[in-house]
Structure formats: C-alpha cells, structure tokens
Design a protein around this ligand. Structure first.
Ligand code: NFS
Ligand code: SF4
Length: 648
C-alpha cells in the first residue's frame, strides 16, 4: 500500500506499521509535512554536534573540536573533547532527569492538595498502597485519618526535592550491596533538585574540568531521577489513580471511532488525562455528543500519558511518539489534549489542515496555535468537562469525506505493576527466581524508550523483543516500546506461542504474555523496584542478575537520564541510536568498558536488533555462569538477517 513520493522517500521504509504507512501516504498526497520530511530536510546533520564536540556554554564560544585532529583541539577556554563531550552529556542527563522529576513534583503537589480536600476530580484510590508507603517511611497510621497520613507522606517526599537530606528516601529500597557501591563512589543521590542544579553548576565554564568526575555526577543525577523523581511520580500516581493490574486493551489508529467524538490524550502526566477520561463519561456531555449525531465520546491515548491510562483503565492507545502527527490525518480526531513532553511543536501546523483542536493545558508548556486551558487541579473535574465540551463541539466541523481510519485495532494486555507481577506469581518472587535458576527463563530484559525517525518506526523494538522472547528471555516494556510491541501483537497471553519453549511454558501456566507492559517512562522506576526485589531476595547485588536494558529507538533527553540510572543501578544497557559522545574516545571507553569495574554495568551501542539480541543473550548467559546457574554458549556472529535500511 505504500507509495514512493516525489523525492523517492518510500513510506514503507519509514515504519513497519500499516496504519503509519497509510497515513504517511495521505500526508504525501495532501502535501502535509511530517517528522520524516523534516529529518530529511536536516541532512546532513551537523557532524560536530553528532560527535558531541561542539560547545556553546559561554560567549567566548561557540567552540568545536576538530575530530580529525587537523583543526583546533581545544575551545577558547581550553576545554578539550573529553570535557566538552562529558559536559554536554551531563547537561542532557540533567534535562531528562529534571523533566521526569518536575512531573513527579506536579503529582506530589496535587497529592498533598487532595489529601487536604482542596481538589476536585481526585481521590486516594489505593489506600492500601498509601498505608504500605506510610509504613515504609515510618509514618504512623493507626487510628489516623487517610488525609493526615497522606499529608505526612507528602511532607516527607517534598524533602526529597531539597538539600537537607543525605540520601533520597527510596534509596533504601535498593539492595544493601548496591547502596555500598554508590557510597563508595560518592554518588548516593541526595536531593533531586540538588543533583540537577549541581550538574548545571559543574558544567558551567571553569567548574568541573575532569570528564570522569562530571560523568560520575551524571550517574548521581540519573539516580536522583530513577530512585527519586520518577519513583515518586509512579508511587503517588498509583495511590491517586490506582495501582495497575492486568487488563485487556487495544492499540493502533484503529482505536479511533468513525461514529464517535475522538479525543486523544497526549503527553505524560496522569493528572490531566485521568480527569478527562472521567469527564468523557459525563451524561450531559454524552447527550451533547448525541445531539450532534455522534454515538459517544472516545478517549484514546498517545505516548506515555496513553500508557498511564492503558495501565490503569484499559483506555485504548492510538500510537507512540511518531503517530502524533499521523493521528490527525485520519480526519477523525476532534481534539488533541496535551500537557507536556514529547509533544512536537508541529502538531498545531498539522491541525490547521483538519478540524482538530489542539488544547494545551500546562502553563509551563504553551503552543502557539493551540487553545490554552490553564489546568488547575483545584477545579480538576470542572476543567475536565470544559475540555471535553470543546472536543464535542468540534465534531460538527468534521468532514466525513476525509475520514479514513486505516486499520482494525490490535488487542494487547497491559497493567503489570510490580504488585501485579508478584500477585501473578502468588505473592513472592520465588516462582520467577526458580524459573530463571532452572533455565526455563534465561533472564529478563527491559526494552524501553522512544521512537526516533532515524529508525524505521517500531522495527528496533519489535525485532529485538521478538528475538529475545524466542530465546526464552522475558521482556519487560515501557514507554513507546510498549506501544510498538502491542501493535505487533506480542503482548497477548496467546503471544506466549511466539516465545521459546521455556518462557512459553511459564507464561501459559500464569496466563501472561511473554512481553509485560510495566507502564510509562517514569514507570521504569517499577523495573528498578523489581530488580532490587529480585536481588535482595537472592542476597546478591543487581549487577549479578541476568538482566539487561535496551533503548533501540531512543530520542529524548529523558531516555539518557534513564540509561544513566539503569547502568548506575547495575544493569547493562544497549542503545540502538548513537549518542553524541564519539568525539571523545575517552568518554566512549569509560561508558563502554570502564564502568564495568565501577557500577558493574556498561553501555553498548548496536543499531541492528539481531546483533543486539545476541549481545544481550551473551551478557545474560555470562551472568548465569557467574551465579553458578546452567548456562549456554551464544554464537558470536549475527545470523544472516534481512537488514532494513534506516529511514533517513
Ligand atoms: Ni519516554 Fe514518553 Fe515516548 Fe520517549 Fe517520549 S513518550 S517519557 S520520552 S518518546 S518513550
Ligand atoms: Fe568554548 Fe569553553 Fe565557552 Fe564552551 S565553555 S563555548 S569550549 S570557551
């Protein structure tokens, strides 16, 4: 079904999905610009920036280092390639870590306001989890009101953002051996804001001029995200919106309904999306929709706020990151409601070609061309209805002749919180540990992160995951990687058939898919908690476990922060897209080799999913061998696989 455009840019090479292909073809026919067009227009991208050797941290610059050695080897201040690459990477980690943590703080503020009864549209949905956290923090709950306990918990978590603490509260969840590693290195995360601000300080001209020292603080900054901001976001979201449990849902553009008002929730924070889902069930608004000839109001997700809704409410998800422009080309989207992160500025341009309303809601994230409705949680329920009403009122503007919903949705299962996974195992990690020890499951890999137009959409996620499960490696997914695997039909209990015999047997016995959806990107904190629990159960450190992480199609600064905390937590991580570090062989060597003796885990870069799968399986088998478990030799060479070209 794909066509070749005037520039010879073949839609079939940009994505592995039929829905995206069809919509890219529509964009070409109608002359609507997409992310892939803009990537092509940017070619060739700056070589200095790609290698990480450009710096504009001060106005003596901008400076760049000649990677071929012929030109300047130092910036005006004297910084060499090592310092410039490390500073740039440090700032990237701080930006990503700050994004997750600011999202976490937004939730914390609303959590406290809800505890005090000052919000509408929110409640404490999971009291049992609130009480578990209170106990973890030593907050008394006997004979006290939910409101008082929640307020005390909020106060304690606010302290985690400040400068008074020696370590973040959730650091105590890490296995004792891991905490010793961090202490020895001096990278125990203290305050969340502190680590991030300190990184900005250190990377100012003339502060930290030692690339190793900068990168160590990069790990600490990342840890303040994973065991701090992101973990706070996840835990409080569970308390306010419910801890996820397994549920069926649907995915791809087929989740849009030609006969209903379609509202896409795009962004990250469940604070917004959850009240919209509730407002869409309001009888008065449903009646209004019917008066315009629609049979209902259909809320769907995009990106990570979509993951949040799918995990907790089973709300269908229209797609991942690269679908945000294409979803409008169905001609069936009345409103895209956004908060923040991963929302391309281009969405308002595409919306101009359709009847779609872009509604921005976060005062810190405005979009020229969008309608801004300032979201105030104190009036959450009311604003939720106001926004849904705007969507309903856009329905009469829809042109039925332009509606083309290209495919039927695919079924998928979501909802695997740590609580749900332990629940499925009968309340203890023992069955999983036994399955790994016996060899039925070789190990577990978290495949996470974004979509990036430099990779054919979803190819990296789907192919790597498929090859891992075929070899009895359990795969955990979050973020856009989860959506990709859902679309590919790899996340159903029946998908156990796609797994190797060992993993298949375990999945069939438990009735779970071989690929478990653990949530949004902040929910990678769930992966840390699970890994920590497994290590503590076995009395070992996380880096001894047969685990790995992979981000085959990452694009965002947040993904770099995640990579930093995953490696700092002792889990080897394979990236599918090259980070801008290759201008410093020293930095590359430290991240790819040197960290082994420091955190017990390194980064690797491998764009080919077949080779990445082999690399990961070799790593897992080596960890098994070191633990004295039965292990296998994994072939050194990649098997002949049909290579898919990169879209760019
Ligand atoms: Ni994560 Fe989610 Fe997707 Fe990447 Fe963006 S939506 S927070 S950053 S692109 S996975
Ligand atoms: Fe150039 Fe140094 Fe200023 Fe960076 S900090 S722009 S390398 S002078």
């Amino acid at each position: 079904m794909s066509t070749v455009s005037r520039d010879g840019h073949h839609s079939g090479r940009l994505t592995i999905n039929e829905d995206a292909r069809r919509m890219i073809d529509v964009a070409r026919e109608e002359g609507i610009e997409t992310v892939w067009d803009r990537l092509q227009a940017q070619q060739p991208q700056c070589g200095y920036c790609s290698l990480g050797v450009s710096c504009r941290n001060c106005s003596m610059g901008p400076c760049r280092i000649d990677p071929f050695g012929a030109g300047p080897q130092k910036g005006v201040c004297g910084a060499d390639a090592d310092v410039i690459v490390a500073r740039n990477l440090g700032r990237t980690i701080a930006a990503g870590s700050s994004s997750h943590s600011d999202h976490g703080r937004d939730i914390l503020e609303v959590f406290l306001a809800t505890a005090k009864g000052e919000t509408t549209g929110y409640r404490i949905a999971d009291e049992a989890k609130l009480l578990r956290l209170a106990a973890e923090f030593g907050i008394p709950s006997d004979g006290r009101s939910v409101s008082d306990v929640a307020s005390d918990l909020a106060d304690r978590l606010f302290e985690d953002f400040g400068s008074r603490k020696e370590h973040l509260s959730f650091v105590e969840r890490a296995p004792a051996k891991r905490r010793e590693v961090w202490e020895k290195l001096g990278i125990v995360p203290r305050g969340i804001d502190r680590e991030n601000v300190e990184m900005l300080h250190r990377t100012h001209m003339g502060v930290d001029n030692d690339y190793v020292n900068i990168l160590l603080h990069g790990l600490r900054t990342g840890l303040s995200d994973g065991w701090g901001g992101s973990m706070i976001a996840t835990e409080l979201s569970d308390i306010m919106f419910g801890t996820p449990s397994p549920r069926m849902s649907e995915v791809n553009l087929g989740v849009l309904r030609s006969d209903q008002v379609n509202v896409a929730m795009h962004g990250h924070n469940p604070l917004l999306s959850d009240v919209i889902v509730s407002a869409a069930q309001d009888p008065e608004l449903l009646e209004l929709a019917r008066s315009y000839g629609a049979t209902g109001i259909n809320v769907v997700g995009l990106c990570c706020t979509g993951n949040e809704l799918q995990m907790r409410r089973g709300v269908p998800i229209a797609g991942n990151h690269l679908m945000q422009e294409l979803v409008m080309m169905t001609g069936a989207l009345e409103a895209m409601v956004v908060d923040y992160q991963c929302i391309m500025p281009s969405v308002t341009d595409v919306a101009k070609c359709y009847h779609t309303q872009i509604i921005s809601t976060a005062d810190k994230a405005k979009f020229p061309g969008a309608t801004h409705v300032s979201f105030d949680p104190h009036r959450g329920a009311e604003i939720g209805k106001q926004i849904v009403r705007m969507a309903v009122e856009a329905y009469p503007n829809r042109n039925p002749d332009r509606v083309r919903i290209p495919v039927k949705p695919v079924q998928m299962m979501a909802g695997f919180s740590v609580e749900a996974i332990l629940g499925a195992l009968g309340g203890t990690p023992k069955p999983l540990v036994d399955a790994i020890a016996g060899g039925a499951i070789r190990g577990a890999v978290a495949v996470v992160g974004c979509s990036n137009p430099k990779v054919p959409q979803d190819y990296g996620h789907v192919e790597l995951t498929r090859q891992l499960i075929e070899h009895d490696v359990l795969v955990i997914v979050t973020g856009c990687a989860a959506v990709a695997n859902g679309k590919a039909g790899q996340m159903l209990p029946e998908s156990a058939r796609m797994a190797g015999p060992g993993l298949r047997g375990v999945c069939e016995a438990l009735g779970i898919p071989p690929v478990l959806h653990m949530g949004s990107c902040v929910d990678n904190s769930r992966v840390l908690v699970l890994a920590g629990a497994l290590a503590s159960y076995l009395g070992v450190d996380i880096d001894q476990l047969p685990l790995a992480g992979a981000a085959p199609e990452w694009y965002s600064e947040k993904a770099v922060a995640i990579g930093a905390y995953v490696v700092a937590s002792g889990v080897k991580t394979v990236l599918g897209v090259q980070p801008p570090i290759f201008g410093s062989p020293h930095v590359v060597d430290l991240l790819a080799n040197g960290l082994e003796g420091v955190t017990g885990a390194t980064f690797a870069i491998e764009p080919d999913p077949a080779k990445a799968s082999l690399l990961i399986r070799r790593h897992i088998e080596a960890k098994r061998k070191a633990l004295g478990l039965p292990y296998e030799e994994v072939e050194e060479m990649a098997p002949a696989v049909e290579a898919v070209g990169t879209g760019a």
